[in-house]
Design a protein around this ligand. Structure first.
Ligand code: NOJ
Length: 560
């Protein structure tokens, strides 16, 4: 069988197997893999594609439907792969295209889909497009990047800043001009006003779709366009963690032009069979902006722009969570929410939400929100074992260039990218090499898959149970959602009601002290519910009159 026919067959077989009319991604658990850190198969201390293939049975057993792999293309690795020098190959450190095809075929056998990372705002400065573009003002690719004259010797075109620190403009003597880079200097922004750029990028997407990937996670997609007026950004006063003035970024991101590109991209992707999906890395200020990324009521843009409002909410405040989850229920035109609590760019859950005492319960509570609301679930490798954030302790240890530029206020993103902790052996089973690209977190003998899988009350087993419940319980699988007891300032509670009528009630405590909540008035006097999962007490049944929750406890129960 040719590769394309095999892949098509596998995608169609998956749809038939799930027997769904809904597209697969609507109920999916998507697992982000940071490939440098997941599994090393060749002992060089760095993860690779064959390592991921070795761990597919693990992912299957956990209940994962799709993996999103952070960039694996050839790259100078300044931004660890987000600086791509060839979009249609695999970086040697990760393997070959043949290894990729093997991974895809093995994943398909297990009904696990592969979502690629599509970095389209910028290329590497070593990409042939940029090398040509930078060589003169008259070459055929001269207009493929954002080039402008400065305001005089040593003076960039305006005050725009890079989100990775300092001016967003870099001077190139061969053109006597500046190019724009929203990220590192080595990541020049493409000029999306040039139709040839769109064509080049869409061809790249087609290359991977033809190979059989299930879709893309679109990197930094709100930054594709910049305001052509080049006016200065408004300065806000004070300085940021890089020592630069605080500024707005209104002219640098989320410009309306981007939606035209996304609509065309969606039309192109729709021509491929098997419900290919477009997921957006969409940090946006509010739900109204988020809705636009779906195409609102037209549903003709991304199927799954990430909703960062819930999982990156700065505080564990049930009122805020309720509001934001409700927004996703009621203000996105019936589109499918995608909640995210963690990724490779932010300190892990312990560092953002932990209190040092109840971290395990807090992790379980957030997992409860992720897996039992109506959202598609996106998780980050290691979340399932409560992997900690392990920041470098001195500047000379830092690998991520932002940490070098911003030390000590900005320590970079190494802390959330440490090797996956599989077991108690050398390098936590991530590598046979004791020298891994980032050090393994010191707690790996206690925090790892092997140890936690044997502990009934571990975060690992909580994840597994919730993922299985979400798949098998009709109310959690595709029930409607309704918030309960909406004035409660300690406990977030809601129901999921299946099309067939079963009702599951979920309650999560956001309090460090025990709570008792009554849901009787919302759900009926004298009612009881059978417990499906509980983090806290051991009873098998609960009266809705008085549901007891331990500190940061969660309960999931089906109404009798
Ligand atoms: C977002 C990615 O998640 C991040 O890791 C990267 O540094 C920037 N985009 C630039 O590509």
């Amino acid at each position: 069988m040719s590769r394309t026919i095999f892949v098509l067959f596998a995608l169609l077989a998956q749809t038939a197997l799930f027997g769904q009319t809904d597209p697969w991604w609507k109920h999916a658990v998507i697992y982000e893999i940071y490939p440098r850190s997941f599994q090393d198969s060749n002992g060089d201390g760095m993860g690779d594609l064959n390592g991921i293939t070795q761990r597919l049975d693990y992912l299957k057993d956990l209940g994962v439907d799709a993996i999103w792999i952070a960039p694996i293309y050839p790259s100078p690795q300044i931004d660890f792969g987000y600086d791509i020098s060839d979009y249609q190959d695999i970086d040697k450190q990760y393997g070959t295209l043949a290894d990729f095809d093997h991974l895809l075929a093995e994943a398909n056998k297990r009904n696990i889909r592969i979502v690629m990372d599509a970095v389209m705002n910028h290329t590497s400065d070593k990409h042939p497009w940029f090398i040509e573009s930078a060589s003169s003002r008259t070459n055929p690719k001269s207009d493929w990047y954002i080039w402008h004259d400065g305001k005089g010797p040593g003076k960039p075109p305006n005050n725009w800043l890079s989100t990775f620190g300092h001016s967003a403009w870099q001077f190139t003597p061969a053109r006597d001009q500046y190019y724009y880079h929203y990220f590192y200097i080595q990541q020049p922004d493409l000029n999306w006003r040039n139709p040839a750029v769109e064509k080049g990028m869409f061809d790249m997407l087609r290359f991977w779709l033809d190979r059989g990937v299930a879709g893309f996670r679109l990197d930094a997609v709100p930054t594709l366009f910049e305001d052509p007026s080049l006016q200065n950004e408004e300065v806000l006063g004070g300085t940021n963690k890089f020592g630069d003035p605080n500024e707005m970024t209104t002219l640098q991101e989320n410009l309306p032009e981007v939606h035209g590109v996304i609509k065309r991209m969606r039309s192109m992707v729709n021509t491929f069979p098997g419900n290919r999906v477009l997921i957006g890395e969409t940090y946006l200020p509010n739900v109204e902006e988020l809705d636009k990324w779906y195409g609102g009521a037209k549903h003709d843009e991304l199927q799954l722009p990430m909703d960062m409002q819930v999982g990156f909410e700065p505080k564990l405040d049930p009122k805020e969570f309720r509001q934001r989850i409700n927004d996703a229920e009621t203000k996105i035109n019936g589109n499918q929410p995608l909640f995210v609590f963690d990724n490779h760019d932010n300190p892990r859950i312990d560092a953002r939400y932990g209190d040092g005492v109840h971290d395990k319960a807090i992790n379980k509570m957030l997992a409860t929100i992720l897996f039992t609301t109506r959202s598609t679930a996106l998780m980050y490798y290691g979340d399932e074992i409560e992997m900690p954030t392990t920041e470098p302790t001195s500047k000379d240890q830092v690998k991520d260039p932002i940490g070098i530029t911003g030390w000590p206020k900005e320590k970079g993103r190494d802390g959330e990218r440490t090797p996956m902790q599989w077991n108690t052996s050398v390098s936590a089973g991530f590598s046979t090499n004791p020298h891994t690209w980032l050090p393994v977190a010191p707690d790996y003998k206690r925090v790892n898959v092997e140890v936690e899988s044997k502990q009934p009350d571990s975060v690992f087993n909580w994840y597994k149970n919730l993922i299985a419940l979400r798949r098998n319980n009709p109310a959690l699988h595709d029930g409607t959602m309704k918030m309960l007891d909406i004035g409660n300032e300690q406990v977030l509670a809601w129901t999921r009601t299946a099309p067939t009528g079963e009702v599951v009630v979920v309650a999560c405590s956001f309090s460090p002290t025990p709570q008792v909540v009554s849901l009787e008035s919302a759900l009926g006097a004298g009612k009881t519910a059978a417990i499906l999962a509980v983090n806290g007490t051991q009873a098998t049944s609960v009266s809705l009159k008085a549901i007891s929750l331990s500190p940061y406890g969660s309960i999931i129960a089906q109404l009798k």
